[in-house]
Design a protein around this ligand. Structure first.
Ligand code: GLN
Length: 199
């Protein structure tokens, strides 16, 4: 796919920041709120925000099933933070009855880093990148467990959460616990765009 169009799930979450990074990379992108908009894109980003609200709004606006269908059919999709939760097949500490779109054979733990460290930043080595990424975590999940087909792209380097998985890829699906759309570093988005181009 030489010049893909990437949609950003836009019913809730930090949509604008993702659109800005994609624009900086010269990628055509727009917010997706309706099934017709989903039909017009080759790939999707599900941003950070609040995963329970995202799932509910996706149901309300009839986007949940069409999006789930596209993901199952192999549409490249990148989830960040709440978006990672949305792409996970299994959640620990989810809200009662919390639904996800699924697709990634991972178990995520919601709000995993705990109340005292609601938000923190740190440098992470990410597979496929030469220099570390400065990662911003905001009430972030971590990946508690992964299936055989999941590739681990990054783990927390030090501190109480050292070793926890915070970035993964499985075929055309990618997810990070942190927010690569803040901080002015577009390399993680570039990894996703490369994934979309080769999909
Ligand atoms: N804690 C949020 C959730 O459960 C995710 C936070 C975020 O996306 N920054 O959905």
């Amino acid at each position: 796919m030489p010049s893909p169009t990437i949609g950003v799930f836009a019913l809730q979450g930090d949509v604008r920041e993702h659109l800005r990074v994609l624009a900086d990379l010269g990628v055509q992108a727009f917010g997706v709120r309706r099934p017709v908009e989903l039909d017009a894109c080759d790939a999707m980003i599900v941003p950070g925000g609040e995963s329970t609200t995202m799932a509910k709004l996706a149901r309300t606006f009839d986007l949940f099933e069409p999006l789930q269908k596209r993901i199952r059919a192999g549409m490249p999709t990148f989830g960040t933070c709440a978006g990672m939760i949305m792409l996970a097949d299994r959640i620990e500490d989810g809200a009662v009855g919390q639904e996800t779109l699924g697709g990634l054979d991972i178990t995520v733990r919601r709000n995993a880093f705990g109340r005292q460290v609601d938000s923190f930043e740190g440098d992470l080595d990410v597979d496929g990148l030469d220099a570390p990424v400065h990662a911003v975590f905001i009430r972030a999940p971590w990946v508690e467990g992964v299936g055989d087909r999941v590739e681990v792209l990054a783990r927390v380097g030090d501190g109480p959460a050292a070793g926890r998985i915070v970035a993964v890829r499985q075929g055309p699906l990618m997810a990070t616990s942190f927010h690569p759309e803040v901080g002015g570093d577009s390399r993680i988005h570039r990894l996703f765009v490369d994934l979309v181009r080769t999909a």
